[in-house]
Write a protein that binds this ligand. Structure first.
Ligand SMILES: [Mn+2]
Length: 330
């Protein structure tokens, strides 16, 4: 009898590919979650499973201790694989928990290395690496030598853009995980090619509209409710205004949910967001060059002021030199 497995994973390309690789080895059901929702989703869905696998979910400062208690009380085993910087207050530990954490590689690469599926699945891990701009690892460099780069980049692009277009359509994302777990080409999965083309066009349209939508301060370029991906709105907002940091937010369920991007290796967005979001009653974090946050709607201007101040402090102290800035060229 296979171990009854629940996979709790992030809904972006890295999370979806990580889930597909895990599913190809362990089987199981997939539920998508996010840092602030993990505790609630674990409580809601883990019951009745013998093993829970958590993938690509940044540990949330505010709920860390409650989550740890929840994992300890779970009668089965937990595998937690992630690559986001750890909270300042520590990590998880429990006798029934395997906690695999490494910064630098994407989560899909870590899952591949940990679970050792057939080599064929390395292609799926590479889609995740491209989605997360995590191409600098030794494993990725070796794996890239064994796949034709043209098809690989095309397939990764189709997958990443289509997943972006699917948004919160989790049912469709679960069926993408099924197909990827069988290593089917993204362009052969019904609907993805068209969705990717539409998403690409929407991003291009947004990029061309950004000069009218973007506002700036000394260090920040920001966009409220962009017509396409908040991550790319933040990225292009910084690029077109030549500001070190781009911020974009959209309203979701009475909160502002946002993305922040930088190309400046002296800036650590994870640290800046973890402290500033908390100060306005929200939560935030991620990677040093790409991170996210959720804050109450009425706190946006306050939050932007605090963020500006935090970034300014980092630039002046020069303490957070980040040498692993990934290539954004791909
Ligand atoms: Mn990731």
């Amino acid at each position: 009898m296979p171990v009854k497995t629940l996979i709790l994973s992030h809904g972006d390309a890295d999370g979806v590919t990580a889930a597909a690789i895990a599913k190809s080895v362990l089987g199981g059901e997939v539920v998508f979650t996010h840092p602030a929702g993990l505790l609630g989703d674990f409580r809601e869905f883990a019951k009745g499973f013998e093993r829970v696998v958590v993938l690509d979910i940044s540990l949330d400062e505010a709920t860390l201790h409650l989550l740890n208690e929840e994992l300890r009380a779970f009668p089965g085993n937990v595998i937690y694989i992630d690559h986001h910087p750890l909270p300042l207050s520590g990590a998880l530990s429990a006798p029934n928990l395997e906690f695999l954490h490494e910064e630098g590689p994407c989560a899909a690469e870590l899952v591949f290395r940990f679970l050792q599926p057939s080599w064929e699945m390395s292609r799926v891990a590479l889609y995740g690496a491209i989605g997360d701009y995590a191409l600098a690892s030794p494993w990725v460099k070796k794996a890239l030598e064994k796949w034709d780069i043209k098809s690989l980049v095309m397939q990764a692009g189709v997958l990443v853009l289509a997943l972006d277009g699917l948004g919160r359509n989790y049912q469709a994302k679960r069926s993408v995980v099924e197909s990827l777990a069988r290593n089917e080409l993204p362009s052969k999965i019904p609907g993805l090619l068209q969705l990717a083309a539409e998403q690409s066009a929407a991003i291009e349209k947004m990029r061309l509209m950004l000069p009218e939508l973007v506002k700036t301060t000394d260090l920040l370029a920001f966009v409220i409710n962009p017509p396409a991906s908040v991550g790319l709105a933040a990225f292009y907002a910084a690029v077109i205004t030549a500001k070190p940091v781009g911020v974009s937010v959209e309203e979701k369920k009475g909160m502002y949910v946002g993305s922040v991007r930088t190309r400046d290796p002296r800036i650590n967005l994870n640290l800046a967001l973890r402290e500033t979001a908390l100060k306005v009653g929200g939560s935030g974090g991620g990677h040093s060059f790409a991170a996210g946050f959720r804050i109450p709607l009425d706190k946006l201007s306050n939050f932007l002021l605090l963020l500006e101040e935090a970034i300014n402090n980092q630039l002046e102290s020069g303490a957070n030199v980040n040498t692993s800035l990934p290539s954004m060229e791909m």
